[in-house]
Design a protein around this ligand. Structure first.
Ligand SMILES: C[S@@+](CC[C@H](N)C(=O)[O-])C[C@H]1O[C@@H](n2cnc3c(N)ncnc32)[C@H](O)[C@@H]1O
Length: 226
């Protein structure tokens, strides 16, 4: 086992319940990418790291361990719209003896605005990406983990429209998407908002083709007038 494999959260110490998303192939792919990130993190020294939709806490806990292992001391915040997920995140962090991550029940980052605007150096997002009827996005509980509305884009599009205000100049969004979300269109839309989008890793898991996308401000690209 590689050195970095020890840095991520342990499934045996990760908590979830019937109402909370169990860490799955998408969570593991996301954490695999985070393990590759320390080189850029070491040079950028992120001050504020945020995860939207933390679920069990497996991902934010892994990020916290990776950062600590590299000697980086970032302020970390995890939010989830599902109170049961926030409880699970807190439990998972506690089980890993991580006590310095703020966990907040929140629809995206609503209660943190405008305070965090322009300050987020690393934003992590494994959204509800499964195509469903739009009305299912409003159901409460575990279905909020996957119900993504038309093309799985309802929550993704809301977050991406806020991204220009959220990231610091050197900031990055690292997010999960599937083919049904129309990844080329996501990248094109974000180019129009002055971002560069790249696909970092792709993996097939059963019927899903999972990708990890990275969006950074393209400082040489003037955003198109909307
Ligand atoms: C696919 S799960 C990911 C959970 C965890 N990050 C992981 O990778 O295992 C998506 C999570 O996003 C949360 N979520 C959905 N809509 C949200 C919103 N508008 N604001 C905050 N969290 C949301 C869900 O409750 C769920 O926990």
């Amino acid at each position: 086992m590689s050195d970095s494999a020890f840095n991520v959260a342990e499934i045996g110490r990760t908590f979830w319940s019937d109402n909370v998303y169990e860490p799955s192939d998408d969570s593991f792919l996301l954490v695999d990418v985070l393990q590759e990130s320390p080189c850029s993190w070491l040079s950028k020294k992120p001050t504020l790291v945020v995860e939207i939709g933390s679920g069990s806490g497996y991902v934010i806990c892994s990020a916290a361990r990776i950062l600590k292992h590299k000697g980086l001391h970032s302020h970390m915040i995890a939010v989830d719209i599902n109170p049961a997920a926030c409880h699970a995140t807190q439990q998972t962090l506690c089980n890993h003896e991580i006590h310095d991550v703020d966990v907040i029940t929140s629809d995206l980052l609503a209660p943190l605005l405008p305070r965090v605007c322009g300050m987020i150096d690393v934003l992590i997002f494994n959204p509800p990406y499964v195509p469903t009827p739009d009305h299912e996005v409003r159901n409460k509980g575990i279905s909020q983990a996957w119900a993504g509305g038309e093309r799985g884009r309802v929550v993704i599009d809301r977050l991406l429209s806020q991204l220009p205000d959220l990231l610091s100049p050197q900031g990055e969004l690292i997010m999960v998407a599937v083919a049904e979300n129309d990844i080329p269109e996501l990248i094109h839309i974000m180019e129009g908002r002055g971002f560069r989008g790249t696909m970092l890793m792709t993996r097939r898991a059963d019927e899903e083709l999972l990708s990890i996308l990275r969006f950074t401000k393209d400082l040489g690209n003037i955003p198109r007038v909307q």
